[in-house]
Design a protein around this ligand. Sequence first.
Ligand SMILES: [Fe+2]
Length: 248
Amino acid sequence: MGLRVLQLSDCHLSAKPDKPYRGISADANFKATWKAARDWNPDLVLLTGDLSEDASDASYERLASWLPAEPPCLALPGNHDDPATMARWFPRGPWDGPLAYESGEWLIVMLNSALPGRVEGGFSAQDIEALRDVISASTCPHVLLALHHQPIPVEAPWIDRYPLSDPQPFLDLVDSEARIRCVIWGHIHHHFARERNGVLFLGSPSTAANAVANAERFEADPAGPACRTLVLEDSGSVTYGQVFAATL
Ligand SMILES: [Fe+2]
């Protein structure tokens, strides 16, 4: 049992389906990843940014067309996305402040850490207060937060140059709210897991192209595209894994 959550991230689709991304087909790799992941039977799909490479309507339209109406799909933007464009195709997102989604014992909050024209991310003081208000308004005993940028270093210099900048107010909130069990993000194009003060911090792989861990520069991981699985138990415990793409 438990809530089965699938995290799809960093799809990097372009307006033209045949435009290569890091030398591969982002379209083919997403389809291969989704083909494998849908058999995992998720209850909920989370899209955690850089869905598009060029923020085009055409890229979002294709992605939206590949995903079924059920299970529900929540989305948040990354540095490559345009929130206003993305919102037309993925209406359930943090377009007017944090998006709260409750299921059973869990509150899931989707956050917008993207800053216009910047690769790194950030939250304003108002963003932090809005997040605090959303959590306070819920009576769920367990909370998961999702954003695009890594709030802690992931020991990969190529992407640690572009983190959530000034993360301390966000980390202070995580430390002060005892119901937060898990923080997830995309952006880093590899699997990362760390427990911090009793909270599970998880970076997701990309459905397009991944890097080997601890890379100075982006170096393709031969394991290929992948996505994150999470099982959120009623007890508050979290089990995580990865699904790798079906045959490309
Ligand atoms: Fe990103």
